[in-house]
Design a protein around this ligand. Structure first.
Ligand code: SAM
Ligand code: SF4
Ligand code: SF4
Length: 341
């Protein structure tokens, strides 16, 4: 591979990592992401023909790598619902220059898939679990799964060799915040890293209110009161999660404070939706249709030029400007299940 050509946006941020949503479908109905009232039986998900094929995703990823991307994360919707996802993993893992190929999943299908993903070359797994209290968890996932289902998935991931895992936990005031210390304790004992995520105003469907956010400081204080914590240095510049370790030496947690301590200054990410739209921000209102260009016959050079132009024009810093967002901006935001968080 020729050496990559770094690209910088208008705020001098380099492009470094790519999230690929492989499906807009999900087997859960988390109230903060795909509320069941909206995503009912009659909801029209994308037809298969609209989704990027594995060949199209691989072709685009090769081009993204030529701009210096090193990390790729597969997400969704629920990525394990995409038929034969392990084949895509194998195709991406074979690309020269890709050091880190990760996936975020709700874990439900891991008993069937964990070993195949590992064999195909997936390097890391993040599994979402919002509470160990079954009633709380079911309320949050729209009644689609029990805690035990996800714990079984976690065990399958451990057995397949993915440990240590990252566990994503969205914290909502009055919903699951009373269960976070228990969750932290449980995963600490098992050697996994919980990342507590401030509930975000992603998309337009979750009726987000600032009062529902538990600020990062409060999350840390609640855990620290029971299991003392101390801050850790970031693993690398621009790391999204702030890291803390338990003072007695056993394990660490991460906090993703997207609302109260935004990190747009270090945001080096592009997002590719399941139907091949390229987004420069989690809160973007518009994407760039790479699939349409590809299917109209664009060659690799033309696709590379589109990607370069999109990145070089990028000025997004929604979380830093949240308070000033206009009603149009708020109304037009892309949904989280569409671009994968
Ligand atoms: N279905 C997979 C899962 O849940 O892990 C992958 C896609 S999901 C959109 C990716 C991550 O975004 C999950 O960890 C989920 O909890 C998080 N997420 C979704 N909506 C969110 C919101 N409004 N605020 C904060 N995190 C959110
Ligand atoms: Fe599905 Fe993940 Fe969204 Fe929950 S957060 S509805 S599991 S895509
Ligand atoms: Fe990046 Fe947009 Fe999130 Fe800021 S709000 S960190 S620019 S995705």
């Amino acid at each position: 591979m020729t050496s990559p050509t770094p690209i910088y946006d208008t705020l001098q941020r380099p492009f470094r990592d790519l999230r690929i949503s492989v499906t807009d479908r999900c087997n859960f109905r988390c109230t903060y992401c795909m509320p069941a009232e909206v995503f009912g039986e009659r909801f029209h998900f994308l037809p298969k023909s609209a989704l990027l094929s594995f060949e199209e995703i691989t072709r685009l990823t090769r081009i993204f790598l030529s701009f210096g991307a090193r990390k790729v994360r597969l997400t969704g919707g629920e990525p394990l619902l995409r038929h034969e996802i392990e084949k895509l993993v194998a195709m991406l893992a074979a690309l020269p220059g890709l050091d880190d190929l990760a996936m975020t999943t709700n874990g439900y299908l891991l008993p069937k898939k964990a070993a195949a993903l590992r064999d195909a070359g997936l390097t890391r797994l993040t599994i979402s679990l919002d509470s160990l209290d079954n009633d709380v968890f079911r309320r949050m996932n729209g009644g689609r799964a029990n805690v035990e289902d996800v714990l079984t998935g976690i065990r399958a991931a451990e057995e397949a060799g993915f440990a240590p895992l990252k566990i994503n936990t969205v914290v909502q005031r009055g919903v699951n915040d009373h269960t976070i210390v228990e969750l932290a304790r449980y995963f600490r004992q098992r050697g996994h890293i919980v990342r507590f995520i401030e509930y975000m105003d992603a998309g337009t469907l979750n009726a987000w209110r600032m009062e529902d956010v538990v600020p990062a400081k409060e999350i840390v204080a609640r855990i620290d009161a029971e299991m003392p914590l101390e801050p850790l240095q970031p693993n690398y510049a621009g790391e999204v999660a702030r890291r803390y370790r338990y003072r007695d030496g056993g394990g660490e947690i991460g906090i993703i404070a997207s609302v109260t301590q935004p990190f747009c200054g270090g945001c080096t990410r592009l997002r590719l939706s399941a139907e091949g739209e390229l987004y420069t921000c989690l809160f973007a209102t518009q994407g760039t249709p790479l699939r349409d260009a590809m299917r109209a016959g664009a060659d690799d050079g033309q696709l590379a030029e589109m990607i370069r132009t999109v990145w070089q024009a990028r000025a997004d810093r929604y979380s830093e400007l949240r308070a000033q967002a206009t009603p149009e901006q708020k109304r037009g935001k892309v949904e989280m299940y569409h671009i994968g968080g």
